[in-house]
Design a protein around this ligand. Sequence first.
Ligand code: 5GP
Length: 212
Amino acid sequence: MTTLPTVHRRGLMLVLSSPSGAGKTTIARQLLERDSAIAMSVSATTRSPRPGEVDGRDYHFISVERYHRMVADKEFLEHARVFDNFYGTPRGPVEAALAGGKDVLFDIDWQGTQQLAENARHDLVSVFVLPPSVAELERRLRGRAQDSAEVVAKRMAKAGDEMSHWREYDYIVVNNDVERSVASIIAILTAERLKRDRQVGMSDFVSALRGD
Ligand code: 5GP
């Protein structure tokens, strides 16, 4: 029996963006649980940890000085100021995961997504998650007890600005129900993984099938 050339998949970068309170973090967590081919990109931030957040798992919590040094040393794949803090995606772990055949999940804002689109459009799949209603968005922001009323009001005001960027994304998911949203994103991933350009070696595989 002839052995056919192997086809392997090029890893993709799956970005999830949304205004705070749309339920993106819960969706991201479930995607990671259900699909072992996905690695999460852990961002660096200059904001303080919230109760329950673990350094190295939720974020790398760094000083403003360190952030600026990392920017200068080109250690970030993308970086942006969001609200009053700085955020960035360390380049090394993402490149290692992609090289290892994994897909990488990013929880970043529209500014970071634009930077990834400029630098790596073909590897990028972007999804914007919207809350189902203003009432639900408000409820979720108030439910996050760690944040002060002032922070909540500020984020509510910012949500409109964030949402104005929905057209820059490949897919839009309205998060009426977490289960359904996760299923939708798994469907997006399944289709995107099958895209012709992501199937490295397909040309040789088909040639061999045709007996060329
Ligand atoms: P939070 O402080 O609530 O965890 O995140 C605030 C916002 O910053 C969210 O919209 C989140 O997606 C965004 N964010 C988190 N990490 C990064 C990052 O590395 N780069 C960019 N551009 N945005 C980020």
